[in-house]
Design a protein around this ligand. Structure first.
Ligand SMILES: *[C@@H]1O[C@H](CO)[C@@H](O)[C@H](O)[C@H]1NC(C)=O
Ligand SMILES: *[C@@H]1O[C@H](CO)[C@@H](O)[C@H](O)[C@H]1NC(C)=O
Ligand SMILES: *[C@@H]1O[C@H](CO)[C@@H](O)[C@H](O)[C@H]1NC(C)=O
Ligand SMILES: *[C@@H]1O[C@H](CO)[C@@H](O)[C@H](O)[C@H]1NC(C)=O
Length: 492
């Protein structure tokens, strides 16, 4: 039997899978393609794949037999049971050292589990985030692989050559162990929810308070796309606002205002709650979608619950208003990314993952949905100091929020004054003010907890005395009829 020719195998010929195969073939790799519905394979080989270095496999065994060792197989199938089912089907044909890569949108705990299970069988598992949509898969996605580090030398060249590039550097590097690749992809999606919500709020403020037409708003986004906000999402927003329906009016105004969601933003927010990280902007972005979904109630409330009237001359100086809004969007976005990296840092600690922070920022710099010029600055910040405690402590970002602050506050004030919902802008500013406050009112909160639940508190070290000792869990007899037993004694 002749030597197998396949460099990499791919299971799942939906549009992402097909595009990734064509991308790899364009880069000189021989790809073996398989789909459960075998007719799909034949169709693909006779059409899109014709004349390219792509081999069709009509069974799992044929797929495996056509691959060089160690075998490298990418799964691009529906997240969940389908991934486990294909792993089960592959196992009888694989040998120790072979590599299974899950490129789907799997939830990271599943990738943790698969990594462990396959490790026990001598199979190297990689869970890789893939972002960039159909276009990205075809011409350069952002790839975020993590899992069994022994697999990396065998897939590095292929992955980095098919991925997007930023200033010549591949938007793909090793993220970390176990489910870390899918974890980072999850946080990417959460941040994407935040960016989209911020942009939608900016549009809404321009439309309501500013009285701008969609064409004018499109022009503002076009302008912003030449500055610090230069990004894929701003660019497509410009195009959306310019897009007219057949009757010549903006199509976007005909779209029902009820947001859908597939759950990755929710996963991110839930993980932030689990880890105790104030990922407020992503949280608000998820809740904003939930609020949009109760359309019927909102319509009813709009005629029952009053709010301020927006006067025609609410905006006196249009240029200043738009500049302020740009600063508000920029500062809020910085907060969102600072929060995202706080979450990833905590995850690294909690799950005991050694994560590559500069690489994570670089992977998001190009190819993916949140790609932007701004991520180049984040990459730089983490390259300067991989241990950077918070993005806001990097001089570039400290200066940026300092400069943006006045416009940011004016924008948020305007929304409050005129009753315009802007949860993402508002929560970003609240976080900023909370984060830069050395002494928060949590002292009172602790007193309340001790008062009704004997939950105890600690004393400010400089204010300690004989009754209030440093470091001790103190319970006070607030009422004169309190007992001696504090809650900590039993909430072990
Ligand atoms: C097979 O291909 C179709 C699209 O042509 C896709 O919807 C399906 O998910 C693929 N399934 C598998 C498991 O290969
Ligand atoms: C859409 O219509 C507006 C006027 O309502 C016009 O200014 C704009 O150029 C149109 N957009 C395109 C892409 O034709
Ligand atoms: C709480 O204070 C009251 C009134 O001063 C006192 O009678 C009571 O014994 C105290 N309780 C404890 C547990 O010290
Ligand atoms: C509460 O504890 C203090 C110190 O341990 C003790 O002096 C006091 O008698 C106790 N009071 C009661 C009501 O048990």
């Amino acid at each position: 039997m002749s030597e197998p020719k396949g460099d990499i195998g791919l299971i799942g010929l939906a549009v992402m899978g097909q595009n990734l195969i064509l991308n790899a073939a364009d880069h000189g790799y021989t790809v073996v393609a398989f789909n459960r519905t075998v007719s799909k394979v034949d169709h693909f080989i006779e059409n899109e794949a014709k004349g390219k270095s792509i081999i069709g496999a009509r069974s799992i065994q044929e797929l495996v037999d056509n691959l060089k060792r160690p075998r490298r197989i990418i799964l691009l199938v529906k997240a969940g049971a389908a991934v486990d089912a294909f792993i089960e089907q592959l196992l009888p044909y694989l040998e120790k050292g072979d590599i299974i890569i899950d490129g789907g949108n799997s939830h990271f705990p599943d990738s943790n589990r698969r990594y462990e299970e396959l490790k026990g069988k001598g199979i190297r598992f990689v869970g890789s985030g893939v972002s960039g949509g159909e276009e990205g898969a075809r011409y350069g996605p952002s790839l975020m692989p993590g899992g069994d580090a022994e697999a990396w030398p065998y897939i590095k060249e292929i992955f980095q050559s098919i991925s997007a590039k930023s200033d010549g550097e591949p938007c793909c590097d090793w993220v970390g162990p176990a489910g870390a690749g899918h974890y980072v992809k999850m946080v990417h999606n959460g941040i994407e929810y935040g960016d989209m919500q911020l942009i939608s709020e900016a549009y809404y403020i321009m439309k309501t308070v500013g009285g701008l037409t969609d064409k004018e708003i499109g022009d503002v986004f076009a302008q912003w796309n030449k500055g610090v906000l230069d990004s894929f999402l701003i660019e497509i927003t410009r195009d959306i606002l310019y897009y007219n329906d057949t009757d010549g009016t903006p199509l976007v105004e005909k779209i029902l205002d009820q947001a859908g969601q597939k759950g990755t933003g929710k996963w991110t927010a839930m993980n932030a709650l689990d880890l105790g990280i104030p990922l407020t902007l992503v949280g608000e972005a998820v809740f904003a979608r939930c609020l949009s979904a109760v359309k019927g109630e909102r319509v009813k409330a709009s005629s029952i619950l009053p709010g301020p009237q927006i006067p025609k001359d609410a905006v006196k100086d249009k240029k200043e208003f738009i500049d302020n809004l740009e600063q508000a969007l920029y500062a809020s976005k910085i907060i969102s990314y600072a929060q995202g990296f706080m979450l990833i840092r905590e995850a690294a600690k909690e799950y005991n993952w050694d994560l590559n922070f500069p690489a994570i920022a670089l992977m998001w710099r190009g190819g993916c949905i949140i790609r932007s010029v701004f991520l180049g600055e984040i990459t730089k910040a983490f390259k300067e100091d991989p241990q950077l405690e918070n993005l806001l402590f990097n001089k570039f970002f400290t200066d940026a929020v300092t400069k943006a602050q006045a416009g940011w506050r004016k924008t948020v004030s305007l929304t409050a004054e005129y009753g315009i919902p802007a949860p993402a802008f508002t929560t970003a500013l609240s976080f900023y003010d909370g984060y830069r406050t050395a002494y928060l009112p949590a002292n009172l909160l602790q007193a309340q907890r001790d008062y009704f639940g004997a939950h105890t508190f600690k004393v400010v070290p400089e204010k300690a005395n004989d009754n209030l000792k440093v470091g001790e869990a103190i319970h006070i007899n607030w009422t004169g009829h309190g007992g001696n037993v504090s809650a900590t004694t039993y909430d072990a």
